[in-house]
Ligand binder design. Structure first.
Ligand SMILES: Nc1ncnc2c1ncn2[C@@H]1O[C@H](COP(=O)(O)OP(=O)(O)OP(=O)(O)O)[C@@H](O)[C@H]1O
Length: 668
């Protein structure tokens, strides 16, 4: 942030590289020999993960200039038993670098350069790596113990007993210093549970349960006080001593204290996507001093580095002094100095050595089986739905109120001519508005989807287990909603007597509710925000209601679009038909003049223009078929995005370097 005093005019004839030699740094040849031996030993003796990246570029397509460069030709490595810290001002590309290394860049980003795992281009096998994201997306209704234990059941193999999984969960919670909050609910909007820092630690717990060999952490200490930051980082740095696996840890971090800084093995300092320094964290001070930017006595070195290269607030500083050089220039000097330094050579040598080494193939770990995952997800989802008042309980209360509202408006319908219209309106309201209200659970569902996205990206389980868990856990609540408010409206208004008629009515209501939920899930998996999801879902249902055959009778619907195909695609058509047949078949009503009777079947055919050839059970079967269709559509969408996202990024990773050159030329 601060601009710095120009270095004194003393000529730095020997330059940083020469000074490094004189100050005891190894020459490139020495480094090559030592590093070669170290890599060979390491490759043979431990099953850890070496990660190297060479000339890594990431750009975001931009209409004006062709592409905005986020990372510009980065080279580096991370190796077992070491903690690599990525530091730099906000927006310099720390998270992008982590995402690129973990293979989870957004589909709009273009990537070029080489990222190798143990010297090879390969995907990370299951259980090899874990990624702790910057945002804590957790199931907020669970306690810390439950959240971590459910995760242990999802991730750890079936060969481990429940007791062992519980022990692993509790041990991990203790490692992260959360033992006092074990039974506290995580909490979310309007329900204060854990503090931000404690949530951070729960996120870390969940990802380190499997003891991954490669761990990516995006700002693991944000929201933590300095003592908690230190203990969390120390816990992470020491993880490898616990299970004998030498872990490779890469963490982006904002402003570490001096104690935390001392835990870092290597430091990657970025500014505007360029490397300012990559090398031993302990030597960074030296590098800055060699460039006439020594860390003032008693100042935290990381504060000094970040202040030196942060140009975001430069305008606020006193300008006009000849002694002050702009931060942009300081950064430029550091970037050039780094490129010509021994540190840069060391990195090149190390990367080359790692790539030459013959590593054993990474073995994928066993995880919980499909059945276990589906059962655990069903249980977790049920507990979440049960505890989240907004998911179903609030809706149940509103449905009960509406049930009584319907009962009081349509109380004791009787069999007069007027009751024909009244029965029709009541059934229309139930099959349209009550089912429409199923979108009320959308916000809770979107939260569940966020957790799913994180867990799926980290390979905890697949899309099919999630869809099964979500579907099965919702059934008891939807049955409650169909039966209780349904019975209130049905019996108090005096609809067709007989329990078999009520059961059909409740079954159709249930099918419509689960159908709307399935449809909304498909929408949620496509649209980017929950507000857009609600608007899109409401719009789709609005069109279906209009084409359903009540507001405009089927024969009067305009042929293209409304009748074909919408009338046949809209689930409302089958809901109306089924419910109307269930209601009117077998009943008789007074005619308009009041001097005769009309049969229910005549009303269905002449009044509501229903198709009489098909039984009401066919309508119910079509509704249930639609439920299956929408659930499968939802599954297909999330599975397709899972498959096509990497494809899109691969296709779009044409050549960001060229894009950047084009952009630079166009700016010139
Ligand atoms: N997928 C993307 N689409 C558009 N812009 C992106 C994308 N990913 C990153 N960026 C942009 O790249 C820049 C670097 O983002 P990144 O999140 O990597 O920074 P950071 O150093 O982690 O920041 P912070 O410390 O504030 O989290 C930002 O300007 C960001 O807006």
């Amino acid at each position: 942030m601060a601009s710095f005093l120009k270095p004194s005019n003393q000529p730095n004839e020997s330059g940083p590289a020469a000074s490094m030699k004189s100050s005891g740094f190894q020459t490139a040849l020495e480094v090559e020999t030592i590093s070669k031996n170290a890599v060979q030993d390491s490759a043979k003796s431990n099953p850890g993960v070496f990660l190297t990246w060479n000339d890594l570029w990431v750009t975001i397509p931009n209409r004006k200039h062709g592409g905005k460069p986020i990372l510009q030709g980065l080279t580096g490595y991370a190796q077992p038993g070491e903690l690599l810290a990525i530091m730099g001002p906000s927006g310099c590309g720390k998270s992008t670098l982590l995402d690129a290394l973990a293979g989870r860049l957004g589909s709009n980003a273009r990537q070029a350069g080489e990222i190798l795992i143990n010297g090879r281009k390969q995907a990370l096998a299951y259980g090899t790596s874990a990624y702790v994201t910057q945002d804590d997306t957790l199931v907020t209704t669970l306690t810390v113990r439950e959240a971590v234990f459910y995760s242990a059941q999802l991730q750890l193999p079936d060969s481990m007993s429940m007791a062992e999984k519980m022990e692993r969960a509790e041990m991990t919670i203790r490692e992260m210093g959360l033992q006092d909050a074990m039974n506290t609910r995580i909490g979310g909007w309007g329900d204060k549970g854990l503090s931000g820092g404690q949530k951070r630690r729960v996120s870390i717990c969940i990802e380190i349960l499997t003891h991954p060999k490669l761990l990516f952490l995006d700002e693991p200490t944000s929201g933590l006080d300095s003592a908690a930051s230190y203990y969390v980082m120390r816990g992470i740095a020491r993880l490898d001593h616990k299970d004998g696996i030498r872990r490779t840890v890469i963490a982006s971090i904002h402003q570490p204290s001096s104690e935390v800084f001392r835990l870092f093995s290597n430091l990657c300092l970025l500014s505007s996507g360029k490397t300012v320094y990559f090398g031993p964290a302990s030597a960074a001070n030296e590098f800055f001093a060699l460039n006439s930017l020594p860390c003032p006595p008693l100042q935290n070195p990381s504060d000094h580095f970040l202040n030196t290269i942060n140009k975001d607030f430069e305008k606020d500083l006193e300008q006009g002094s000849d002694d002050v050089i702009p931060t942009e220039e300081v950064i430029d000097t550091l970037v050039k100095s780094y490129i010509s330094s021994e540190y840069w050579q060391q990195v090149q040598v190390k990367v080359a050595e790692i790539c030459k080494e013959d590593f054993e193939a990474l073995e994928s770990r066993n995880h919980a089986g499909f059945l276990t995952q589906s059962l655990v997800l069903t249980k977790r989802s049920f507990v979440n739905m049960f505890r989240d008042l907004g998911y179903y309980w609030l809706r149940l209360v509103i449905y009960v109120v509406l049930g009584f509202g319907l009962a009081s408006i349509y109380h004791d319908l009787g069999s007069s001519y007027g009751s024909i219209q009244a029965r029709g309106s009541l059934l229309m309201f139930v099959s349209t508005f009550l089912t429409f209200m199923a979108i009320g659970g959308f916000p809770s569902f979107v939260e569940e989807m966020k957790v799913f996205e994180r867990e799926r990206l980290n390979g905890h389980y697949g899309a099919t287990s999630f869809v099964i868990g979500n579907t099965v856990s919702a059934i008891p609540f939807l049955l409650l909603i169909s039966l209780i408010p349904g019975a209130i409206a049905y019996y108090l208004s005096g609809l067709h007597k007989g329990y078999e008629h009520f059961l059909y009515f409740a079954s159709t209501l249930f099918a419509c509710l689960i159908l709307v939920e399935s449809m909304m899930m498909a929408v949620a998996s496509i649209v980017p925000s929950f507000l857009m999801g609600i608007i899109t879902g409401a719009g789709i249902q609005g069109l279906m209601v209009l084409g359903g055959g009540f507001f405009r009778l089927p024969d009067d619907l305009p042929k293209p679009f409304w009748k074909y195909p919408l009338h046949y695609v809209a689930f409302h058509r089958y809901a109306y038909q089924g419910m109307f047949k269930n209601e009117f078949e077998g009943l008789k009503f007074s005619n308009y003049q009041g001097n005769g009777l009309i049969k229910g079947e005549e009303i269905l055919r002449d009044f509501w223009q229903m198709e009489m050839g098909l039984s009401k059970w066919v309508d119910l079967a079509i509704l249930l078929g639609m439920v299956v269709f929408y659930r499968l559509l939802f599954l297909a969408i999330i599975k397709t995005t899972e498959t096509i996202k990497p494809l899109i990024s691969r296709l779009s990773s044409a050549n960001p370097r060229q894009t950047f050159q084009v952009m630079e030329n166009s700016q010139c």
